[in-house]
Every structure is written in structure tokens, then in C-alpha cells.
Design a protein around this ligand. Sequence first.
Ligand SMILES: Cc1cc2nc3c(=O)[nH]c(=O)nc-3n(C[C@H](O)[C@H](O)[C@H](O)COP(=O)(O)O)c2cc1C
Length: 181
Amino acid sequence: MKIAGISGSLRKHSMHRGILRTVAQHLESKGIEFVDVEIGDFPLYNQDVNAAGIPVVVQNAHDVLATADAFVIASPEYNYSISGVLKNALDWFSRIENHAFNGKALSIMGASPGLGTARSQYHLRQVLVFLNAFVVNKPEVMISQANGKFDEQGNLTDESTIEFLDKALTSLINLSNQLNS
Ligand SMILES: Cc1cc2nc3c(=O)[nH]c(=O)nc-3n(C[C@H](O)[C@H](O)[C@H](O)COP(=O)(O)O)c2cc1C
């Protein structure tokens, strides 16, 4: 099995990049490959550009996603919704024929100083309906009051949250196996 991760935050010391580092460590301990896919260099979606072809930077990222069996999207909540960079990337990916998300398992994870990205996660689920990704229902990974749970570099340091992410990954792996059986 291979799992790909996308961070909806481009910030160097992003908590969401930190979540993906913890995810990578858990998966490594289970013998599962993890790959981090960058979306920060994608052009803004423009249907005229799309008509001329999928940009190389988008296609290259998608080629990596296509090698994965399941996905983790870790995204901040911006103004009660998902980040613009994440929406932009999903808009591009959705225009690729037989895109990588179709029929595959996906786990949403988020952290914020407030409600743990709860409001934005339901927007993301709605977007992922159109992409026909199968989003893990439980547990929902909404890391609330996150300020004290990450260090200055965005590393997740809260032990109970680190353990919780491991349980969430087990649910993702189980869902992926169910979909493939
Ligand atoms: C433009 C913008 C909008 C934000 N809106 C929200 C919000 O609606 N809800 C929330 O809990 N936090 C909000 N925040 C705070 C983010 O949760 C916080 O900046 C977080 O650290 C972003 O994730 P990151 O560390 O991965 O970059 C917002 C931050 C920015 C920059």
C-alpha cells in the first residue's frame, strides 16, 4: 500500500505540514510508503489554460497521486472554508480524465486554534463527493485548541493527538482495503 498526502497550507512551519510528517512516521512504522505531493506552484485554474492542456506541474503531481492507494488531505480552515490553494489544486485534478481520487479512500485532517477546522472539513467533504473519493467518516480528525499541541516548527508534539492520528490512519487503511476487496 502507498498513501499520498497533500497540505492545504504552504506555510513553511505549517501545522498541517506537521500533521503529514506525523502521518509519514506512523505509516513508516507500519511498512506503508508515504509520499508528500506539493501543490503550491500550480497556476490559478483557468479553463482557457486547461483547454490547451493540463499544466506540467499539475500533471506531474497527479502522476504521483495516481501511484497511491489512498490519501490524506491536511488543510487549514480559512474563513470557515478550505484554503484557496487546496481548492485550486482539486479543481485542476478534477479536470484530469480518470483522476487519481476516483473510488479511493481519503482521510481529512485539520488543526486550528479554534474548532479544529470542523466547518471547513464539511466543505471539503462536499468537494470530494464530486471527485468520488471515499472519505473516512470516523474518526474525524479535528485538532482543536491546536496552539499548545505543535511546536514553533509546526511539529505535532501532543502525545494523545499523535496516538489519535495512528488510529485515524488505521481507519483509512481499513477503508482502502474494503474498497479493494
Ligand atoms: C486567511 C486566514 C483565514 C483564517 N480563517 C480561519 C478560520 O476560519 N477558522 C480557524 O479556525 N482559523 C482560521 N485561521 C487561522 C488558521 O487556523 C491558522 O493560521 C493555522 O495556523 C493555519 O494552518 P497552518 O499552520 O497549517 O498554516 C485563518 C488564517 C488565515 C491566514
